[in-house]
Write a protein that binds this ligand. Sequence first.
Ligand code: CA
Length: 723
Amino acid sequence: MPVYALRRPLASFLVAVQALACMPFGPGDEAGEPAIGGPAAVASARLVAADSEPGSWMSYGRTYSEQRFSPLTKVDTDNVGQLGLAWSFDLETERGIEATSIVVDGVMYATSAWSIVHALDARTGEKLWTFDPQVAKDKSKHACCDVVNRGVAVWKGRVYFGALDGRLIALDAATGEVEWSVATVDPALPYTITGAPRIIRDKVLIGNGGAEYGVRGFIAAYDADTGEQVWKFYTVPGNPEKGFENGAMEMAAKTWNGEWWALGGGGGTVWDAMAHDPDLDLLYIGVGNGTPWNQEIRSPGGGDNLFLSSIVALRPDTGEYVWHYQTTPGETWDYTATQHIILAELEIDGRERKVLMQAPKNGFFYVIDRENGELLSAEKFMGATWASHVDMETGRPVETENARYSDGPQLTWPSYLGGHNWHPMSFNPATGLVYIPVLDFPANYAHPDEFGFEYRPGAPNLGIDGITGSLPDDQAERDALGALVKGRLLAWDPVEQKEAWVVEHPGTWNGGTLTTAGNLVFQGTSNGEFVAFRADDGKRLWSFPTQTGVVAPAMTYELDGEQYVSVNVGWGGAFALVFGEYVRAESMPNVSRVLTFKLGEDGSLPEVDWQKNVVFDPPEQTASAETIRKGYSTYQDVCLGCHGLNAVSGLLIPDLRGSAYLHDQAAFDSVVLDGALGANGMAAFGEQLDAEDSEAIRAYVIQQAWRGKALAEGRQSAARSSQ
Ligand code: CA
């Protein structure tokens, strides 16, 4: 039981009292457990019966089945046009916002970048408390995909969340004060936490990220009262000479070759998806890619490399392995299976089946029997080219010619950002459709033949050729590639395994989805709109200008008989960091806020003033062509994850091509090697790079700055001459 601190703010006390007065479901737990009061009084019985309390959104995907479907109907297709802004809350950050808010007992728990947690009055947006775990800014070095956080879990008066640096922290839900904090990982290793915890029977479940750098993936369970670790399940085997933790690891090790453990640990991080079936007593987890991506380096001679890119079913009380299904055997493209997992009951061939659905990065939509892992169907939901189909006899994909880029570079759909990434999809039992935020663009994969592969501990270790994977120098070619970069909202029939309807978006990296019993689908877009669509046919019914790109999914709740729809907005994430070239054409910069809507409101947002243009002022280029090319390769290996392909930044981080540090090598070294801007999030890379690397990277960025300046001036003169 939490001990409420004395400094409990009056506002949260009032909310708690109101909540107790109108609580539709008793806050007690299973038989014998005393009832608990106060905010976030969520326990097993209440969470398992979440559908009897549709006004709340008590866990990440609303229920353990993670459908992101709300039974609320007060906002529907007839009146959604009257939705207006009821309140907004400034999240005071300029980095990506990916969280789903939790709303229970009248309080909203929203997280922002850098793992900061806010408790708000869900009726008004008034701040009750904020907790900042003070993550060191240079930890951003290990965050492949922005310093994001996807949300909290609540349980018996506490709020639980993972901090970017690997801590799992329990706060008093009433006050925001720390009850306990544990390091779930070795802080010296490049693990991060961005995902939301889940809680099953007093155990807090959390995984981690870091497979781009080199870690050994796992998920672990912690005692909700004390933070003590209860169990730990590794997703990939360690060095077999040291023995195996369990039979599952012994089985997995037979599918690996070489000395993967010496290249950082094999990868396989559990950084996002979890779902739970209380009747079957199974926890489902999604497992990520290998380290390095390139399997020929990671596991020479091949092998399936279990449990990379797999869905694994575990016993939630013990972490014991039950079954797995591997979506991408021997993965070599960063095709994670960490994407959102949804549980549902579907009638297939005249028989009601308990299914698990996933649209992982690899571009196939999977329907799996969740009792035993049997594959029921798998079809492409976008134009994946790496495999022709999934063989239903074996359950394995049939790869296309040169899919593994063994015979030279291969332009491949989807890219390493996937046909679908972390942005949650949703399932509406009334329409029978799954609403998927689809990414559709390729990446050019090649082995690192020109400069070879060097394992750099703590830096990105992808094992592919960075120059081949970058953008073409020729602008016409670059624009042609850009024309292939697409994003859409896809309504998918999981029984028929085919498209029901589709909406093409102007941009690529759009928000997760929410669907409701009001026959609605809500989604934000990269170009700054929050939109409602009719769920059965995709007709666009309403939108609101968000002033920023939206990547998080919306959620909805009801208080005092009124339905609210809320979305956390704020541009960011992996695409925003890497694909600056396209971001600058199609997306809006970061303005991070919670926006909450209800019928009959007409609130507006204050004007924002953001600047997309880079001011180019490069020094003279003095480096040799050879140095510039080496710098190009090293930049693509080490820098692009934050600063963008070809040094074009994606509106989150200052564009290096406009940096004053380009004018002086010693100043540039002080930043790159020594961490002079560590407090701003630019970590020291002195352990991964040397002075020669730094000089070559600077030369490459200077070249790109001159290129950008010429293009900008060319465009200006073209614009002038057309007047
Ligand atoms: Ca990855």
